[in-house]
Design a protein around this ligand. Structure first.
Ligand code: FE
Ligand code: FE
Ligand code: ZN
Length: 299
């Protein structure tokens, strides 16, 4: 069965309940959320009544909580310890985030491995492993998923070897996994039309069972551009057919697929996810998708 959803919102008032309702409105059977704003680390206290209500609605709507993904804010950086207080803050924040997910009953936390600002690459990869070992040893349950990155600036985790180098130094490997991102793979230099070759290489070094989530995004830029700008499904350089082959790849059948494609409309005010999910289920590219989304939300 296809497990598909998108990035959804979460706020301090309605909390996970808001995320679940939004996912259902898109016809999704999973979703990904941030526990607050992606660009900051202010987080609210969890309301257990809301958590329980959200879980009830998930069950009623066929959303298995084991497929739900949380994304860590992208400003935490466990790769560089140039500023020791920032490094420690990031470790501490992530530990608190994992504890919050334990309360919510969420299994997966997606994390950008970080940027090696000002330090040597090998040292940065070691920092990441050390930080993860600390977070993992002081918490239970949650599995941290390293996201494959586009290679913008000094980003770490831009190829299979770097992901392998980080994972190799993790003591409890049951608590670590990988989240692929098709836009990031394309921008890092992977040809998505040969996705099965990538999976073969991934399997040889890391093991395909470590892949626990796939972000499905088209890309605004050419292969190996190291840019990281997402495009709507079928409207970018990867293309609809190549993305469909990833989404329906037999080796990743039981893995949640999450859309992080851009909002559309003059002010980027309309979420594309309901119509993109429909299009993916139909397996047929719709040239007028963007107009259809705008019309749907304007009426
Ligand atoms: Fe991400
Ligand atoms: Fe992503
Ligand atoms: Zn991205």
């Amino acid at each position: 069965m296809l497990i598909i959803g998108s990035h959804v919102s979460f706020d301090s008032k309605e909390q996970l309940l808001k995320s679940v309702k939004e996912a259902i409105s898109y016809g999704a059977n999973t979703f990904m959320f941030y526990t607050g704003a992606p660009q900051n680390t202010r987080r609210c206290d969890l309301d257990l009544n809301k958590v329980n209500e959200a879980k009830k609605i998930m069950i009623e709507n066929g959303i298995n909580i084991d497929n739900v993904i949380c994304h860590a804010p992208y400003i935490v950086n466990i790769a560089s310890d140039l500023d020791a207080s920032k490094y420690d803050f990031s470790i501490n924040f992530l530990k608190q985030e994992v504890l919050r997910l334990d309360v919510l009953g969420i299994k997966y936390l997606v994390l950008h491995p970080g940027s090696s600002v000002g330090i040597e690459r090998r040292h940065a990869l070691e920092n990441i492993s050390n930080a993860l070992n600390k977070i993992i040893s002081e918490t239970n349950e949650v599995i941290i998923l390293l996201e494959t990155m586009a290679g913008k600036g000094t980003e770490c985790g831009v190829n299979i070897q770097e992901i392998y180098d980080i994972i190799e130094k993790i003591s409890n490997k049951d608590r670590i996994g990988v989240c692929l991102d098709t836009c990031h793979l394309n921008d890092s230099g992977i040809d998505i039309s040969k996705f099965d070759d990538y999976l073969d290489n991934f399997d040889m070094l890391i093991g395909i069972d470590k892949i626990k989530c796939v972000h499905i995004n088209d890309s605004k830029n050419e292969i190996a551009s190291h840019k990281d700008r997402h495009e709507n499904i079928g409207f970018g350089t990867i293309g609809f057919d190549n993305l469909i082959k990833v989404i329906y790849n037999e080796r990743l059948e039981s893995i949640p697929k999450i859309l992080e494609t851009p909002y559309v409309g003059e002010n980027k005010e309309f979420p594309p996810y309901k119509q993109e999910i429909e299009m993916i289920k139909n397996k047929k590219f719709d040239n007028s998708l963007i107009e259809n989304i705008i019309n749907y939300y304007k009426k």
